[in-house]
Design a protein around this ligand. Structure first.
Ligand SMILES: [Mg+2]
Length: 344
């Protein structure tokens, strides 16, 4: 009854409301792959892959070409035995992690329909709502301050600020944003744009100027573990790995080598299976967690909303990409300003 009989991939292109700029990268479109799994009884489960060439080395054309292989890999499996399907999809961890995420989630989405239980409760039901930040991309100081002020006034208490292209300007921007949004918390993300030295300077200066940075995300290159370790102990703010932390193995190495205080889990880097492992690793070692996104539409953000609420594992949620894309909302969650509430 609940065996998978078909899997389809469909390319979906979404335009950004305005170009989204981070250190050394600008995006104006998200090219995502929508995955559907069909069960024998007619139930359909849906997932979304939002691939990143910059982080994962994934190309959309290569992902679309996996459709028949994935169908062959999981056809005949019963979604009630979803761990079997998770294990099969772990084979794509290095080559197509976003497809792994989409297929694993589509499996749970189908199971959710079969059991008439929302995915967040299948995953533990720890929370019934989460609060997201909203991201301010790199722009002039004036534009960033204005956007930050407006976003804070809309009710987003945590703002994610993109920096990493110019140390002096970044400090000026953070001080100005801080003055314009008293009481806000900031996740500051340099997307690997700094060196260890400039990252230390940024953190120490922002701290001196009383900027309330709660997480300083991926200041330096993903593979510079020595630099991260130095930075972790020289920075007054918690240091988070994003681009450095894809699989459970990456996170194990980062923690063992004392490189980070925080990890930014993204389903598009890890899939659900590695994300679940990382949650337990972080709990075991007292490392903080946030959850982030790539260019997911509401279909993809839905996955992270249910994952985050179900596990209840995250101090911060950066699940805002659907608000940056032109789309018709299709998530199984309600949004009330910064609150995201998972539904069936
Ligand atoms: Mg990041």
């Amino acid at each position: 009854m609940h065996e998978i009989v078909n899997v389809t991939f469909e390319l979906k292109t979404y335009e950004y409301v305005e170009p989204f700029r981070i250190a050394n990268n600008v995006e104006d479109k998200a090219h995502n792959v929508e995955v559907k799994v069909y069960l024998k009884d007619g139930t359909v489960g849906i997932g979304e892959a939002s691939p990143s060439y910059r982080v994962n080395g994934e190309r959309v054309s290569a992902l679309l070409a996996l459709e028949d292989d994935v169908k062959e890999m999981i056809s005949g499996e019963d979604v009630k035995n979803y761990r079997r399907i998770f294990n099969i999809m772990d084979g794509l961890s290095r080559t197509a992690p976003s497809v792994k995420a989409a297929v694993q989630y589509a499996t749970l989405d189908a199971l959710s329909a079969v059991w008439d239980t929302p995915v967040y409760q299948i995953l533990g039901g720890h929370k019934d709502r989460i609060h997201t930040d909203k991201t301010i991309g790199i722009d002039t100081l004036k534009v960033m301050v204005e956007k930050a002020r407006k976003t804070f006034e809309e009710g987003f208490k945590t703002l994610k600020i993109k920096i990493g292209e110019n140390l002096k300007e970044d400090i000026e921007k953070m001080v100005a944003i801080s003055e314009a949004t008293p009481g806000a918390s900031y996740i500051v993300d340099a997307n690997q744009g700094y060196t260890t030295k400039t990252a230390v300077q940024f953190a120490q200066e922002a701290y001196k100027q009383n900027v309330n940075v709660v997480v300083f995300e991926q200041p330096i290159m993903w593979n510079d573990h020595d630099g991260l370790k130095i930075l972790r102990y020289a920075s007054p703010f918690p240091i988070a790995a994003d681009e450095s932390a894809k699989t459970r193995h990456d996170v194990y190495d980062l923690i063992r080598n004392e490189c980070v205080d925080f990890v930014n889990i993204k389903l598009m880097k890890s899939g659900l299976s590695d994300a679940l492992s990382i949650v337990e690793l972080a709990k075991t070692t007292n490392i903080g967690l946030m959850i982030g996104c790539m260019g997911e539409s509401s279909v993809g953000i839905n996955q992270s909303v249910h994952f985050a609420a179900g596990t209840g594992a995250f101090s911060y949620h950066d699940l805002d990409s659907h608000m940056m894309l032109k789309e018709n909302f299709r998530g199984k969650f309600k949004q009330e300003r910064d609150s995201l509430i998972p539904t069936l």
